[in-house]
Design a protein around this ligand. Sequence first.
Ligand code: 5GP
Ligand code: ZN
Length: 113
Amino acid sequence: MLKDDCIFCKIIKGEIPSQKVYEDGDMLVFKDIEPKAKVHLLAVPKDHYKLLSELDKNRSAALCRIMQKLPQIALDNGCKNGYRLVVNQGDDAGQTVFHLHIHILGGENLPWE
Ligand code: 5GP
Ligand code: ZN
């Protein structure tokens, strides 16, 4: 289910433009508007929920299919030597968009502090 006031739901519906790199029935992958690395993609499930604690059977199955596809998507988009996945969850993590998303970061050596 998509939500009218959610920016990522609007991107999924095509109401807000994005630089799409991959789409299937489970997810949309597009470039982050403020990249934090040379490659910075967002993999977004086509179901509106905020937190991993909201996973049910269907969402879990979809998220598993999504995770299985990320290595090839990362490779196809310039992550030749690895990549980092980040899932910000809630306030302490600084989550700003309340629709679950996986950051894919790479294309360069990433600092780890
Ligand atoms: P969060 O901080 O919630 O983990 O990540 C949200 C991400 O969404 C941020 O990296 C931000 O740059 C990105 N973002 C926010 N609005 C838009 C948008 O309209 N288009 C795109 N492509 N990315 C967005
Ligand atoms: Zn949403």
